[in-house]
Design a protein around this ligand. Structure first.
Ligand code: GDP
Ligand code: MG
Ligand code: K
Length: 298
């Protein structure tokens, strides 16, 4: 008997203000797990929430930079948003069906054309319109972009939200459970911290290191002197990868630590002491038990 593998991934939620992004998140996550950090976010993605089942986990990300730039800073945000959209498994583009197609949505669609990530057109607030209007709106949007899926929902009433989730499952690769299920985490920063470290490694090693590495936060606490201590383990699949990440005389790992620490300090707003280890765990992606001691816990 073959056992199906755990699937997980990141999904960006985008859309103009008031289309119902928060309402959808609240409906999806309910009281089960709500991860919302009120710390200032310096990473390009804000974690909206996490949806976990027995077989999968979806981490929903907010991508604020997608909106029409108002300034130079806006331009910069756009660039990072574009990067963020490339790194997710799917994008949920929410629209308000009662509003009709306007400049704001046209602008977002232009940005979506720059990336290959599958985009769902999520037509929200169907409770507000007649079926004819819904169909007319679908035609309008479909002409502008080849959406991977088109899903009409009412986030407020919960209509068709299950369908949306079922469709999303198809886009998730095999992967670890990043957050504990059925638990409200009081340390959402741990995840962001591990992602910051992972990002630095991927940038610095280019193609040599596959995306299959994982970073587990073993320990994260405020010391008496006010410095945040973080102990993190970088998991790789092969000895050769371990060598690459450590680098000549530890140079690469040291640079990873330096750059990650700078970002982490900005994120947490406090001085940080970051200790990194590299461990080889063969075929970690397929070993469920191994995933448990990855430090995706607290
Ligand atoms: P956000 O800015 O995209 O996060 O939008 P919100 O989730 O804050 O929703 C904006 C407004 O739209 C709120 O008043 C919601 O109650 C309302 N809203 C959201 N989803 C629906 C829906 O499916 N139907 C209706 N009628 N109203 C909705
Ligand atoms: Mg909102
Ligand atoms: K695309």
């Amino acid at each position: 008997m073959t056992q199906s593998k755990f699937r997980s991934g990141f999904v960006a939620i985008i859309g103009r203000p008031n289309v119902g992004k928060s309402t959808l998140m609240n409906h999806l996550i309910g009281q089960k797990i709500a991860i919302m950090s009120d710390k200032p976010q310096t990473t390009r993605n804000k974690i909206h929430g996490v949806y976990t089942t027995d077989t999968s986990q979806i981490v929903f990300l907010d991508t604020p930079g997608i909106h029409k730039p108002q300034s130079k800073l806006g331009d910069y945000m756009m660039k990072t948003a574009e990067g963020a959209l490339k790194e997710v498994e799917a994008v949920l583009f929410l629209i308000d069906v009662a509003d009709g197609l306007g400049g704001g949505d046209r602008f977002i669609i232009e940005q979506l054309k720059k990336v290959d990530t599958p985009v769902f057109l999520v037509m929200n607030k169907i409770d507000k319109v007649q079926p004819e209007q819904l169909l007319a709106t679908i035609t309008q949007y479909k002409d502008l972009y080849p959406f991977a899926e088109i899903v009409p929902i009412s986030a407020l009433q919960g209509n068709n939200v299950e369908t949306l989730l079922a469709q999303l499952q198809k886009y998730l690769p095999e992967g670890p459970q990043y957050y504990p299920a059925d638990q409200v985490t009081d340390h959402p920063e741990q995840f962001v911290v591990s992602e910051l470290i992972r990002e630095k490694i991927l940038h610095m090693t280019r193609e040599e290191i596959p995306h299959s590495i994982a970073v587990g936060i073993e320990d994260m606490r405020v010391q008496e002197n006010g410095v945040v201590y973080i102990g993190a383990v970088i998991f790789v699949e092969r000895d050769s990868q371990k060598g690459i990440i450590i680098g000549k005389k530890g140079a690469l790992l040291k640079e990873v630590g330096k750059q990650a620490r700078r970002d982490i300090e900005a994120l947490l707003g406090s001085r940080t002491f970051l200790e990194l280890w590299v461990k080889v765990k063969k075929d970690w992606r397929n070993q469920e038990r191994v995933l448990k001691d990855f430090g995706f816990r607290h």
